[in-house]
Design a protein around this ligand. Structure first.
Ligand SMILES: [Zn+2]
Length: 304
C-alpha cells in the first residue's frame, strides 16, 4: 500500500510538473484619448484586471499610438502600478518594408526613449512593431547591432496571437448592438488564445526541448479591457501559471534575435524556421487564419 501511494505521489508530481507551464502577459502600443474617448476606461479596466490577479506586466509604448500628453498620462498609470515600460519605437514602422531604412528606424527607437525615459519603470527593452526584424541581412544586422551596443534587450514574444483582429470584430458588434454575437465572439477569442498558447508551447518542446517562460502578445484594446479577467481564468484552467514579465524575460530564450530573412515573428517560430521545421505559416499569425474559428461560433463575416 505504501509502495503504491509513493508511486502515485511520484506520478502526480511528474504530471504536475509536466503541466507547470508559465506565461507572462505583455501589451503593445498604448491608447490615444484624443481620438478615442474610451481610452482612459480601457486603460483602467486592463490595469484593474492585472491588479486583481497581482500580475506585473509590461507595456511596449509607441509615441505615435498615444498622441500627446493625455496618452502619456495613461502610460504613467502603468508605471505607477509597477508595470515595466518598454520601447516599441516612436513611429511604429514595419522594418520589413523596403522603404524603411535602418538609420531612420533606429532614430525612431531613440525618439521614443526620449519620450518615456522619465518614467520610473522605463527599461531598455525593445519590441519590433509587427514583430518584423528586417527584410535583408544589412538592415536586420544594423538594427540588432545598435540594440546590443545600447544595452537594449529584445522584448520578443514567444506566443503570437491576433487579438487585434478579434478586437475589430468586437468593436463592430458593440457598435451594432449585437449582444449575442459578442458572447460568441468572447468564446471564439478565448479559444484562439488558448490554441495559440498550446501551439507555441508544443513548437517550443520540438525546437528547444523545453517549455520556456512564455510571453504572450496582447494589445491595449477594448476586447482585453472587457475580457482579460476571463482570459486569465481560462489560461489557468488549462494549467498555465501567469508570471511577472520581469521573470519571463530572465529566460535565455529572449537573448535570441531572428537569424532568418525575412527576420521576425515569434522567437519560437523564428528558431523553428532556422531549424527548417516544416509546416510553418508565413506570416505566422494573420486575420485570414481566423475565419475557420469564427465559423465554429457561427460568426461568418459574409453573412453579416
Ligand atoms: Zn504595435
Amino acid at each position: 500500500m505504501l509502495k503504491f501511494s509513493l508511486y502515485l505521489f511520484i506520478s502526480l508530481l511528474f504530471l504536475s510538473q509536466a503541466h507547470a507551464r508559465q506565461l507572462a502577459l505583455s501589451f503593445d502600443d498604448g491608447l490615444n484619448p484624443t481620438i478615442d474617448p474610451t481610452a482612459p476606461h480601457i486603460n483602467q479596466q486592463i490595469l484593474a484586471h492585472l491588479k486583481s490577479k497581482n500580475i506585473q506586466s509590461i507595456i511596449f509604448t509607441s509615441y505615435i499610438k498615444i498622441g500627446d500628453n493625455a496618452g502619456k498620462d495613461l502610460i504613467r498609470q502603468w508605471d505607477k502600478h509597477g508595470h515595466i515600460v518598454g520601447n516599441h519605437s516612436a513611429f511604429h514602422e514595419n522594418l520589413n518594408k523596403p522603404e524603411i531604412l535602418a538609420k531612420d528606424y533606429i532614430k525612431s527607437i531613440r525618439i521614443n526613449e526620449l519620450v518615456f525615459r522619465d518614467l520610473k519603470n522605463f527599461r531598455r527593452i525593445f519590441r519590433y512593431p509587427y514583430l518584423k526584424e528586417g527584410n535583408n541581412i544589412a538592415k536586420r544586422d544594423q538594427v540588432q547591432h545598435w540594440l546590443k551596443q545600447n544595452h537594449y534587450q529584445h522584448g520578443g514574444v514567444s506566443i503570437d496571437a491576433s487579438d487585434w483582429f478579434y478586437n475589430q470584430k468586437y468593436l463592430a458588434y458593440l457598435k451594432a448592438g449585437k449582444t449575442s454575437h459578442i458572447k460568441r465572439l468572447k468564446q471564439a477569442y478565448i479559444d484562439h488564445l488558448l490554441d495559440r498558447a498550446e501551439y507555441y508551447d508544443s513548437l517550443a518542446l520540438q525546437t528547444l526541448q523545453r517549455s520556456p517562460q512564455h510571453v504572450l502578445l496582447l494589445h491595449t484594446n477594448a476586447i482585453n479591457g472587457q475580457f482579460l479577467g476571463e482570459i486569465v481564468l481560462a489560461l489557468e484552467s488549462k494549467g498555465w501559471t501567469i508570471i511577472n514579465a520581469a521573470d519571463a524575460y530572465a529566460d535565455s530564450l529572449y537573448q535570441n534575435f531572428s537569424p532568418n530573412i525575412p527576420a521576425g515573428e515569434s522567437i519560437i517560430w523564428s528558431i523553428a524556421k532556422s531549424q527548417n521545421i516544416e509546416s510553418l505559416r508565413y506570416p505566422a499569425e494573420d486575420a485570414p487564419y481566423e475565419r475557420e474559428n469564427l465559423l465554429k461560433y457561427d460568426l461568418d463575416d459574409h453573412k453579416e
